[in-house]
Ligand binder design. Structure first.
Ligand SMILES: Cc1cc2nc3c(=O)[nH]c(=O)nc-3n(C[C@H](O)[C@H](O)[C@H](O)COP(=O)(O)O)c2cc1C
Length: 248
């Protein structure tokens, strides 16, 4: 069985979850990276007999718009697919519903949905170290259930009118330790960073935190007061461990 992982994972948590599931079906999976600005997604080849994972993080309870836009260029050709949303232990609201709609529009058959938890990419003290070994065990069990499933459609949670999006508004800036290596600009999923001063265009930036995470100089920072305020606002929701969920 060929397994294709179609993944948007700015800081790696979503990719980890997707890979745990995918490698349970086949050790060698093919990856389509929705954060890669150079890929022509219309040319991606999905065969009808492939098993596909579509994985995205939840941003404000929604799927990242850029990831949905790129996904919609891919032809699903009737392949079976599992939509996977990964969130930072607060909530994922309509993320899976939005992903299901997009996957169907592409021509995939959505047979399952998974909501899984990974470290919060803005507030790393929440869901720190997740997915952990217990998540890994549970996700592998989910993969077996999905593989063995015989009925067609999945019962995916969330509202199809989707909650309103409001961007996180956290635009990372370089500090004095920036060595101008250019990695941030090269890897930015929305090409928001200029290659002279390495400032992010606030209108383009989606606050995904990739540049903060991958900067070798640890030079990219977000506003500490805004992060502390956000951390406090979601403290209650994030303080109890949420378990991964499977929807068949
Ligand atoms: C802009 C933004 C918005 C987020 N919104 C939510 C949210 O609504 N609920 C939640 O539980 N986690 C939220 N998170 C945390 C991410 O969903 C979580 O850390 C995810 O694992 C990130 O995926 P990645 O590591 O593949 O980038 C948000 C993170 C970012 C960057």
């Amino acid at each position: 069985m060929n397994v294709t992982e179609i993944v948007f994972s700015p800081t790696g948590g979503t990719e980890k979850v997707s890979h745990i599931l995918g490698t349970q079906w086949n050790e060698n999976t093919t990856k389509i990276d929705l954060s890669d600005t150079r890929t022509d997604f219309a040319k991606c080849n999905i065969a009808p007999q492939d098993m596909v994972i579509i994985a995205m993080p939840s941003f404000g309870g929604r799927a990242p718009a850029v990831a949905i836009k790129r996904l919609k260029q891919i032809a699903g050709n009737g392949a079976r697919c599992t939509v996977v949303c990964v969130y930072g232990n607060r909530a994922y609201e309509d993320t899976l519903a939005e992903m299901e709609d997009a996957a169907k529009e592409c021509g995939f058959r959505v047979v399952a949905a998974v909501a899984a938890v990974a470290q919060h990419s803005i507030i790393p003290q929440y869901a720190a170290n997740r997915p952990d070994s217990s998540d890994e065990k549970q996700l592998k069990e989910f993969a077996v259930k999905i593989r063995d499933k015989t009925e067609a459609a999945a019962s995916v949670p969330g509202s199809h009118s989707y909650k309103k999006t409001g961007g996180a508004g956290l635009v990372p800036k370089p500090d004095k330790s920036c060595s101008k290596c250019g990695l941030c600009a090269e890897k930015c999923p929305v090409q928001a960073i200029d290659t002279v001063h390495f400032n992010a265009d606030a209108k383009k930036c989606i606050s995904c935190m990739r540049c903060v995470k991958l900067c070798p100089d640890n030079a990219r920072k977000i506003n500490g007061i805004m992060v502390s305020t956000a951390a406090l606002a979601i403290k209650k929701a994030c303080s109890v461990r949420k378990e991964n969920e499977l929807f068949l």
